[in-house]
Design a protein around this ligand. Sequence first.
Ligand SMILES: NC(=O)c1ccc[n+]([C@@H]2O[C@H](COP(=O)([O-])OP(=O)(O)OC[C@H]3O[C@@H](n4cnc5c(N)ncnc54)[C@H](OP(=O)(O)O)[C@@H]3O)[C@@H](O)[C@H]2O)c1
Length: 277
Amino acid sequence: MLCTPPMIVLVTGCRSGFGLLIAVAAARAGHTVYAGLRDLETRGELERAASGLDVTPIQLDVLDAEQRASAIAMILEKHGRIDGLVNNAGIALGGFIEQLGDDELRRVFEVNVFAALALMQLCLPHMRAQRSGVIVNISSMAGRSAMPGLGGYAASKHALEGMSEALRHEMRPFGVRVSLVEPGPYKTDIFGRNRRVAEAAAAPGEYAAMGERMESMFAGVEMGDPQEVADLTVRILSDPKPRLRYPLGPKVRARVWMGRLLPFELQEKVIAKILGF
Ligand SMILES: NC(=O)c1ccc[n+]([C@@H]2O[C@H](COP(=O)([O-])OP(=O)(O)OC[C@H]3O[C@@H](n4cnc5c(N)ncnc54)[C@H](OP(=O)(O)O)[C@@H]3O)[C@@H](O)[C@H]2O)c1
């Protein structure tokens, strides 16, 4: 598919999952893509998937301020513009609130919130000057409602959502678009190689039974095809009037409607029933 006009796009976290697929799908749509990797040595899978496409893997640990600045500077030097930023790099953290280590939670916020903010702040002056640009932040259904056992992750995605909503208002006069993608569960490395659980959850004490119920619920959860998230993100990049929020994934429609229609106390009862709490 050829899209007009082609855009210069930076996608973060492209080793696996959504990031890799977004980079490839954006290039297939005709865009020039810079695909950030926490460790450039891990670019093998991306390179195979993007063979023959306009995708340049770049070293970009989003926690490294120098790497963030030099990635944006390199793109600007080469093209004189940056049209799209997809803040995709993210980490999760399982564990009940009482179990979350300060350092563990801070790291989640560093990656999911502060690094995304820093990258937006590097791009915004240029997008404002261009009077165009698109920022897509990969949030989560956890950015809308918080499930037990994932509260730290949900807190970070709620923060990302609040920031994106405000930024959307702020950028409106400058022609810069801001959107949030809110996936439900999709089969990526976040549930495998990159699965993270709070250290204290290893000795769950009174949380043991709740933890087991959460584990068995997750084991049986329906997972979507991550390509859907990539295709949606690419559509948002090219949409002149994108929405703020794009929830998608298995059972997500029901969750969104439940959030809209039911008072919280009723939602609480439904969730307690589903989880057996
Ligand atoms: N899969 C889902 O069900 C789901 C649902 C809702 C939202 N999300 C969100 O989707 C985004 C992508 O996750 P995914 O599901 O595709 O999982 P994934 O396969 O684990 O991908 C996460 C990517 O982020 C990268 N990353 C982590 N820390 C980084 C850092 N400091 N600098 C640069 N890159 C870093 C990882 O690189 P390394 O592997 O090299 O560390 C990896 O490429 C995340 O923001 C996640 O919160 C996922």
